[in-house]
Design a protein around this ligand. Structure first.
Ligand SMILES: *[C@@H]1O[C@H](CO)[C@@H](O)[C@H](O)[C@H]1NC(C)=O
Ligand SMILES: *[C@@H]1O[C@H](CO)[C@@H](O)[C@H](O)[C@H]1NC(C)=O
Ligand SMILES: *[C@@H]1O[C@H](CO)[C@@H](O)[C@H](O)[C@H]1NC(C)=O
Ligand SMILES: *[C@@H]1O[C@H](CO)[C@@H](O)[C@H](O)[C@H]1NC(C)=O
Ligand SMILES: [Fe+2]
Length: 472
């Protein structure tokens, strides 16, 4: 037990550790809101290795770390991944619609990797295809020795008015706070159907020699959600695992072996950038840590991908990247500038609805602004209101061991609509082609409480009558 010093709004005071104190003070600046909500004391340490959430499932060679993601471009495919510890075992997934006796099977692959002195278990990836839309499927893995069953629900057929609810989680890690974030997300009555994950998964690289055992514990911890609904993966800096001093010079090795994504269906040449369509959304995933300058593979892919987006079919255009382009915290301040300079004009021209990022361990939402008029001599380098611009949301507040980013640049810039240093998750709830609702849920609140929220009006489909811009 002890005392901890908190300071906010110019005051400093002591909170007795262990005491639950909830104070909510809102300061209204000329611009947006800086909330100085004071969190109760929380641990920023990883859950110990013998925690319940890290338990290895019983049985010889039992599949563990089961997780699914979308397996094709339209949502009729699912990639099922799992790890077996004792032997390769079977690569087969058995699956069947909930109300059917007919059992289908798909065959996958198995691989392993080494990292310094760590050797992975047998990592299985199996793509299940040609599923019916909007259907609950049961599936079974570990055929032969110890089987385990799970289920998932396929999305409705892609179309402009298909309602769908996405969860937003970033920078999760594996602390007690991370566990609260997942529990909170799962209990949210908004019922997220798919997680858009904005990067930085296990934080294993914060351990000596990037102890990859912490990739395994993370896989077991997140299974309770990721085995039942797709998590759409984005690579963050903690996925790079670049460590030539211990003989590991190949970036993204653990991440790309463990987390497969459907990059080939979107004509990408790398799992680090790709896109999917799901329900009424077209989701583009980018890599903040791969080449993105002009002429690079990512740049070429991204710019041609934008022209493939059909807003008549998927009115909602969402971009995920790890490092935010608009961030008014001191942590990682301006790290997203190079990416912004390269890509912001594209996001505005194509009326991207929302850009979700992580990296900064806090929450922030922007106004619709752009900063694309600068040409090196004209001095026009301040963000200005722009109805064509996306809303930028930083949701790197999953609760990892590095703790919260609490220091903010002052004064709050005008483009920043709301910012708060608390752990939580987001919900992006698409209602129809014109309306979507975003809400942010901090961990300390009741599960239904929206600590911040905003309606997003689709700029392509301003009215049901006709599209407001011609994209394509
Ligand atoms: C890997 O090396 C580290 C540092 O030498 C050591 O602490 C650890 O026990 C080793 N792990 C294995 C699996 O050999
Ligand atoms: C696991 O299954 C394989 C193939 O069916 C079998 O040969 C092996 O004996 C089993 N191992 C155990 C421990 O049951
Ligand atoms: C993690 O959260 C789950 C769900 O609330 C709970 O059952 C479990 O005991 C928690 N584990 C730890 C280590 O806090
Ligand atoms: C779209 O959803 C919004 C919010 O729920 C609702 O107000 C609006 O009437 C809906 N539009 C149509 C055409 O149903
Ligand atoms: Fe990060």
């Amino acid at each position: 037990m002890g005392f901890k010093l908190y300071s906010f709004a110019g005051f400093s005071f002591y909170l007795f550790v262990g005491l639950t104190l909830h104070l909510q003070v809102l300061e209204f600046c000329s611009a947006g809101t800086t909330s100085s909500y004071v969190r109760k004391y929380n641990y920023d340490i990883d859950m110990p290795l013998d925690s319940d959430v890290f338990r290895v499932p019983p049985g010889y060679n039992a599949p563990q770390q089961v997780h699914i993601t979308q397996g094709d471009s339209e949502g009729r495919g699912v990639i099922v991944s799992w790890i077996t510890a004792d032997e390769p075992g079977s690569n087969i997934v058995l699956y069947w619609p909930e109300n059917s006796k007919h059992i289908f099977r798909a065959d996958g692959i198995v691989l392993t990797y080494k990292y310094y002195n760590y050797t992975s278990g047998f990592i299985h990836h199996c793509t299940v295809e040609d599923l019916e839309y909007d259907t609950k499927y049961n599936y079974e893995v570990g055929i032969g020795n110890t089987t385990r069953q799970f289920w998932f629900v396929t999305p409705p057929k892609v179309g402009p008015d298909v309602p769908y609810t996405f969860g937003l989680i970033g920078d999760l890690g594996q602390t007690f706070d991370s566990n609260t974030t997942v529990a909170h997300y799962q209990l949210n009555p908004a019922k997220g159907q798919t997680v858009l994950y904005v990067g930085d998964l296990s934080y294993a690289d914060d351990y000596p020699y990037h102890n990859n055992i912490r990739w395994d514990t993370w896989g077991r911890f997140t299974e309770r959600s990721a085995a039942y609904q797709p998590w759409i993966w984005t690579a963050g800096n903690h996925e790079i695992d670049f460590s030539p001093n211990i003989g590991e010079p190949k970036p993204f090795k653990p991440y790309t072996h463990r987390y497969f994504v459907p990059y080939r269906p979107s004509d990408s040449t790398s799992p680090l950038w790709y896109s999917i369509k799901r329900a009424s959304a077209h989701i583009i995933v980018m890599s903040s840590y791969s080449g993105y300058g002009k002429y690079t593979p990512q740049y070429k892919w991204f710019t041609s991908e934008l022209s493939r987006v059909n807003r008549n079919e998927t009115p909602w255009l969402i971009v995920l990247m790890h490092c935010p382009m608009y961030n008014s915290y001191e942590t990682h301040y301006m790290e997203g500038e190079t990416m912004r300079v390269m890509y912001e004009k594209w996001l505005v021209e194509y009326k991207v609805d929302v850009v979700f990022a992580g990296h900064v361990h806090s929450y922030e939402r922007s106004e619709r602004v752009s900063n694309i008029r600068y040409n090196i001599v004209n001095k026009r380098c301040t963000p200005t209101k722009d109805e064509s611009a996306p809303v930028y949301i930083t949701i790197g507040d999953g609760g990892n061991l590095e703790g919260l980013a609490t220091k903010m640049t002052e004064p709050q810039p005008e483009y920043s609509a709301y910012r708060e240093a608390s752990f939580g998750h987001g919900i992006f709830d698409v209602k129809n082609r014109t309306h979507a609702h975003f809400s942010w849920h901090r961990n300390q609140d009741g599960v239904a409480i929206e600590a911040d929220s905003v309606w997003l009006h689709n700029r392509y489909w301003k009215t049901m009558a006709e599209p407001s811009i011609a994209v394509s």
